[in-house]
Ligand binder design. Sequence first.
Ligand code: FE2
Length: 349
Amino acid sequence: MSTRGSGARLLLAAAILLGSVGGVSAIGTSDAVPQVSVYTHRHYEVDQMIFDSFTELSGIRVNIVSASADELIQRLIAEGEQTRADLLITVDAGRLHRAKAADLLQRITSVTLETRVPEHLRDPEGYWFGLTKRARVIATSIERVAEGSILRYEDLSAPEWRGRVAVRSSSNIYNQSLVVSMIAAHGIESAKAWASGLVDNLAREPKGNDRDQMKAIAAGVADVALVNTYYVGLLLTSDSVEERRVAEGVRIVFPNTVDRGTHVNVSGAGVTAFAPNRENAIRLLEYMISDESQAAYAAANFEYPVVSDVPPSKIVAAWGSFVEDILPLTELGRLNSDAVRLMDEVGWK
Ligand code: FE2
């Protein structure tokens, strides 16, 4: 960075102040304020904290548009070259793959990103990078399921779990990505037989979110459930006594520690194909994988840092370490349609 005169710095500070008056950030204003515009499917308080400290550090204003990844992708397609978006953030690698395939992202090179984000958690061509890691685990009733009686995803189709499994719908990307990992491990036919067995074992029709699956265990409706780890952390630290009780009643099993490891996905980001503020987007991306931001994601949202030397939160660390399935996350996008078709065929609603 070149040094600026103090007069210029004051002017810049005044411009940033003026720019933020009124609260609502206006995407597309062509004033002199350095800015970056983010389309994000992440919806957590910690993200705003990270954007705020980035602005404080860099003087770059962060404009935010929040919606589901599918809506944001549609918007990027509609806006084409006219888009004001610089960065697309999603909560799974599958949709980043989809955005790349639709020519909505661009390749970037950054030594920082390439050295700090492990290879299997980013696009090999530099179109997107993982920001935080999520493990899809089996939550079991402490009361009704003996420790060690379920160790692998494969077990979920075994007859002993008939009528005891809770899982959300097949339209959910976390489940689709898990099924992809089963296809990658066993091939389509075996994965299909497994999914069919899992459907036979359901305690009820798939419904609700991951938190609701743990609530089904607390209510005695199910004994085992598929959930992402951070939801357990969020329930454990909830303001509601009831929700804390739900989380305290489950044991976390990291599946497949004995073989290929537990399925992980990432929330991640890519610079958009027509980003008007490309350099600022790269700076923000690098800031999001700084030690400081990675620790903030871990502490506030119980996600695993992608940067290996940043530790998870104490609550998450207490569940123990686990073996991670290092299936390249690009596969989650590549095999997504196979997984969706397979789930449909076995009647996973
Ligand atoms: Fe989630």
